[in-house]
Design a protein around this ligand. Structure first.
Ligand SMILES: C[S@@+](CC[C@H](N)C(=O)[O-])C[C@H]1O[C@@H](n2cnc3c(N)ncnc32)[C@H](O)[C@@H]1O
Length: 228
């Protein structure tokens, strides 16, 4: 039986970076692409920042970054990284993706990296992200897609033996559809291949006015594998 999420991250925090960079060797390129997507944003929230692998590569692109996670053990490593790498525009806070402690419209960018596949209700996290983003705010959601290839499906099952619990094995357009269903207009999409591929989706929050969603113009972007 899988461990509860908090016990898993407590036990595996110290091994997380090495395992993650092994499971996707394009992780750094993915994080750099996130940085480009949100470049110039003023106040960015990172949800489920973990040990800060993404944080450290995106902080330079924005004015200020609030990095949150629910696991104190993961955050301890993130705090050490903040000090070691001099990430002076990063604030670190404990926080739950499903109940963000920030007012509506308090950020112009949100990054939620590698969390949606772990949640029983990823839509609730997206609704929260949209709430704290103003209308037109930018969301970057790179997500491990365990269902993407036959190899990733096997790796995913092997990970399950270590107590790692994946709720959704995303594949193909499923992640895009989830974001679209929760009020985001997809602007950019790229797949970073690996033992566990990561699909990055960048999207803008649609406004809700009197119960009707505003349609934002969609910037045409190539959809497909990132092979740089
Ligand atoms: C796969 S790690 C991703 C970490 C980081 N974003 C990255 O890409 O390297 C998942 C993280 O989600 C955190 N997490 C799980 N459920 C959460 C929740 N409900 N709210 C906030 N963080 C959560 C875990 O503590 C863990 O740090």
């Amino acid at each position: 039986m899988a461990e509860t999420d908090s016990r898993y991250w407590k036990r595996h925090a110290r091994r997380y970076d090495r395992a993650t960079l092994f499971l996707n060797r394009r992780f750094g390129a993915m994080a750099d692409r996130v940085a480009e997507s949100i470049r110039g944003s003023q106040r960015v929230l990172e949800i489920a920042a973990g040990t800060g692998l993404v944080t450290a590569r995106i902080a330079h692109a924005v004015d200020s970054l609030v990095a949150t996670d629910r696991s104190p053990e993961m955050l301890a490593i993130l705090r050490a990284r903040k000090t070691a790498e001099g990430l002076t525009n990063v604030e670190v806070e404990e926080g739950d993706a499903l109940a963000l402690g920030f007012p509506d419209g308090s950020f112009d960018g949100v990054v939620i990296a590698n969390l949606l596949h772990l949640l029983s209700d990823p839509g609730q996290a997206l609704d929260e992200a949209r709430r704290v983003l103003g209308s037109g705010g930018l969301l970057a959601a790179p997500t491990f897609c365990h269902g993407e290839t036959p190899v990733s499906q096997i790796v995913s099952r092997l990970l399950g033996l270590t107590g790692f619990r994946v709720v959704t094995r995303f594949a193909g357009g499923a992640l895009r559809q989830l974001l679209s269903h929760h009020g985001f207009t997809v602007q950019e999409e790229a797949l970073f291949p690996g033992l566990l591929p990561i699909r990055l989706i960048v999207a803008r929050a649609r406004a809700v006015r009197a119960g009707r969603e505003e349609k934002l113009p969609q910037k045409p972007q190539p959809v497909g594998d990132d092979q740089e």
